[in-house]
Design a protein around this ligand. Structure first.
Ligand code: HEC
Ligand code: HEC
Ligand code: HEC
Length: 108
């Protein structure tokens, strides 16, 4: 696992300022075509965009609440330091897609 690389990515995204809808290194957080995905998020796979968004597919728009608050609704253990997980500073979506990703564990 390339922790050093991840750290650089995380810090870089922090310096550049992570705008809404943009994840690590400025990559969009929009869903990618499913045939390119190595990992897919359960709630997204179910097709229920309304779990996190105000609207519906394909452009469900605004979030119900800030991304990291959404994440912690279902992954509350990650509010604290978790074994084998990098120490979390900032948004979950700096490192993880909320939908699907070309790497395992929804990593961007
Ligand atoms: C687990 C929560 C979650 C679910 C479920 C979810 N999304 Fe998202 N979605 C997000 C987050 C977080 C963002 C980033 C938005 C932001 O930070 O402003 C986002 C952003 C997006 C964007 C905009 C990306 C961009 O570049 O601005 C699109 C399009 C999108 N989602 C489509 C969908 C569709 C279609 C579904 C249902 C099939 C869905 N989402 C389900 C959390 C979710
Ligand atoms: C509605 C509940 C819900 C919300 C909200 C939610 N998740 Fe999840 N998440 C799940 C479920 C269910 C799984 C699958 C659990 C499993 O099978 O281990 C999962 C799995 C994951 C995984 C592991 C994926 C893998 O391939 O192993 C990551 C990473 C993750 N979620 C990140 C996030 C992030 C980041 C957010 C916020 C944008 C978020 N989750 C919001 C329910 C949720
Ligand atoms: C600095 C980058 C980074 C941030 C920020 C981050 N994660 Fe992760 N996360 C990772 C990495 C790397 C892994 C894969 C660890 C591994 O391979 O076991 C991971 C794994 C996970 C998993 C899967 C755990 C498993 O055992 O399968 C979940 C769920 C998860 N993260 C949730 C979150 C949530 C929720 C947040 C926000 C509170 C968050 N992550 C923030 C890097 C990050």
């Amino acid at each position: 696992m390339e922790w050093r690389h991840l750290f650089v990515v995380a810090v870089g995204a922090g310096i550049l300022g992570v705008a809404g809808g943009v994840g690590a290194a400025g990559r969009s957080l929009a869903p990618i075509p499913q045939e390119q995905a190595v990992s897919t998020h359960g709630p997204f796979e179910m097709g229920d965009c309304g779990t996190c968004h105000v609207g519906r597919a394909p452009s469900p728009g605004k979030l119900l609440k800030p991304a990291s608050e959404l994440c912690l609704d279902c992954h509350e253990e990650f509010a604290a330091q978790v074994a084998k997980h990098p120490r979390v500073k900032g948004n979950c979506t700096m490192c993880h897609s909320p939908h699907n990703a070309r790497k395992k564990k929804l990593l961007l």
